[in-house]
Ligand binder design. Structure first.
Ligand code: GLU
Length: 447
């Protein structure tokens, strides 16, 4: 059996950390097993699906490096859903119902007030031919429900272990709306069957759907896949993420927070698993470490601060080749490996490199408190060429001449050379600043 998984977002909004985590877990599962990863757009909700969201999903997955082997779009497959629906009608598993939403609400409210579960009473199954003709003459259109078997539904979930539902505790789901449009509960099963999906890995908000969908797989004669339902992420306080989805969209993490793809992947691959969260520079490392059995049932917490810290740790490790394009995109033309290695330990996000570029390549107003000391230091500045040893040699000479050491020696030099109290190691910065600028800054000139 070749493993085949799918990520099936509805293009009705931006991808956020919660759903992109499911994409990542599916992708890692496929890669680990040497299987295939399908991107399927669940776009049958035509009012809410938008091309720009579909494009956004593709952009976000590509940015993270989650390439797909196959692609499908549900709106291309209406003919196939009709065919399956007709077959289910013919076998009596799909039956027409005529209740209006108001009538259904009343039924539901009445059951709930009696302390009973809001399960559809199958009144429509008792309609005669002439009842239906009368309702249709009134202008009512049928929606269609799937007739569940009232037998237990069981599966061994790869995350939750054995799961058991009583068929009698489930409500016959509506699969076809009254305008004839098929609903997700059906379309997803038809696609998973036709595209030979072997493992459905999704959020635990779909557990009850699975009970129903297993019966639909059986009714349409498709192979029932294995299932894994992951606990949904919450925020650091344990509340659902939904309220903050805007700020937690992949697009805003990338564009506003300056998060690196591998920072997000390193965190999301490990959240809620027994593995420690460590910076990883390639998806291959995450594939090697992945095992769905490591995903625990407890609720994982997503903390943006943790992501920001991981982002910094990743930047401190990334080699120049991996960031050259981004540095160029920031307008730092000529930024090279020496610049990158000098500044990366001080970055929380890559755009912060602009500040240090300004210190090494643009005029800085020095902070000068003791011009005499700086003049002594300037007189001792070695001739170029400079390298990483220049700073040590120079400050050693300044120390010998002035008797200063520690902070008294280094801080005035840092303030004059960079205009700031903190920053990357001067050993690395000094050769980037260069002798001409350094002399002017030590003399108190903006240079
Ligand atoms: N479009 C569904 C969702 O986004 C897919 C669920 C599934 O994986 O089956 O919730």
């Amino acid at each position: 059996m070749t493993v085949a998984v799918r990520f099936a977002p509805s293009p009705t909004g931006l991808l956020h950390v919660g759903n992109v985590r499911l994409a990542l877990v599916n992708w890692l599962f496929a890669r680990k097993a040497g299987g295939s990863f399908l991107l399927r757009l669940d776009d049958t909700d035509e009012e809410r699906s938008k091309p720009e969201y579909a494009e956004g999903i593709e952009r976000d997955l590509t940015w993270l490096g989650l390439t797909w082997d196959r692609f499908a779009r549900e709106s291309d497959r209406y003919g196939r859903y009709d065919e399956v629906a007709e077959a289910l009608k013919a076998s009596g598993r799909l039956y027409p119902c005529y209740e209006t939403p108001e009538e259904l609400n009343l039924k539901r409210a009445s059951l709930v007030s009696q302390g009973r579960p809001p399960i559809y009473d199958r009144a429509a199954l008792r309609l005669t031919e002439s009842d239906r003709a009368r309702l249709e003459a009134e202008g009512r259109k049928a929606h269609w429900r799937f007739k569940l078997e009232h037998t237990p539904v069981e599966w061994t979930d790869l995350v939750r272990g054995p799961v058991h539902f009583e068929g009698t505790a489930l409500s016959d789901p509506v699969l076809i709306r009254e305008d004839g449009r098929p609903l997700y509960t059906l379309t997803s099963v038809v696609d998973d069957g036709d595209l030979a999906i072997t493992h459905v890995i999704r959020g635990e908000d779909h557990v009850a759907n699975t009970a129903v969908q297993i019966q639909i797989f059986q009714a349409i004669g498709a192979l029932v896949p294995e299932f894994a339902h992951l606990p949904l992420l919450t925020d650091a306080a344990g509340a659902g993420l939904s309220k903050r989805l805007g700020s937690l969209s992949v697009a805003s993490l990338r564009e506003e927070e300056g998060i690196e793809p591998m920072a997000l992947a390193s965190l999301l691959a490990k959240l809620g698993t027994s593995d420690p969260i460590e910076p990883r520079l390639t998806l291959d490392e995450l594939v090697a470490e992945f095992d769905i059995a490591k995903i625990a049932r407890g609720t994982p917490k997503f903390d943006p601060e943790e992501l920001a810290r991981l982002n910094a740790r990743i930047l401190h490790l990334l080699p120049f080749e991996r960031v050259a394009g981004e540095l160029a995109a920031l307008g730092l033309v000529g930024a090279d490996a020496a610049f990158w290695e000098a500044v990366r330990p001080n970055l929380g996000r890559i755009a912060d490199a602009r500040d240090w570029w300004a210190v090494t390549h643009a005029p800085v107003t020095p902070v000068v408190e003791d011009p005499g000391f700086l003049a002594d230091a300037a007189a001792l500045l070695p001739d170029e060429p400079w390298d990483l040893a220049t700073w040590g040699a120079w400050t050693g000479a300044v120390k010998g001449k002035t008797g200063r050491k520690g902070k008294d020696l280094f801080l005035p030099l840092r303030r004059a050379l960079t205009g700031r109290d903190h920053g990357p190691e001067l050993k690395n910065l000094l050769p980037l600043i260069g002798r001409e600028r350094a002399l002017k800054r030590l003399a108190g000139e903006t240079a």
